[in-house]
Design a protein around this ligand. Sequence first.
Ligand code: CA
Length: 219
Amino acid sequence: MLVLVVEDDPAVSGPLIEGLQRNGIETEHVAYASQVVAAASKGSIDVVLLDLGLPDGDGLEVLRELRKVTDIPVIIATARGDETDRIVGLELGADDYVVKPFSVRELAARVRAVSRRRRSESTLDTGRVIVDRVRHVVHVDGEVVDLTAKEFDLLAVLAEEPGRAVTRQELFSRVWDPVWIGTGKTLDVHVASLRKKLGSAELIETVRGVGYRLVQEAS
Ligand code: CA
């Protein structure tokens, strides 16, 4: 877990960074509004902690700029009682806020919570099969499986609701074309190939006369 700490006051950032590290969270630190977008969009940052009062600009303006280029989770740090900043911040797409002075333990818990929430929104976790729709990656039993775009889309539809029999018509219209006209052979060919790549054919069941379903695993 890597947090970008945006804070200009060394009396705040020093203990904060130390405290986060004690809680098992790595940090990078910038003190100026002008540095935030570049630092946050490098790809390695998991969560941004954003102080709103920065020497060279307004934190809310930084947040607005940030949201144009990335949907990285952002927690804003607002002054006590400043409700307007908090509301505007959340409207601009902040994921959460902490009110200064905040405890490092509380912040660490919120960092983990927003990061977990963001991951679960983009990921279909059915147990053995995990489909990450943002990174476009599929894991089966912990191993990455290389799929074509159509195979990925097909699996993503099935993984939305394991155990549900998805009709052939729904699969056609969501993965290929809403007005599909054909024999249906394409669907069966893709399912066959998907089963092979998943490494265990029984993960996708044929529902006779209906379509297919991803097996529901006991949890
Ligand atoms: Ca400040």
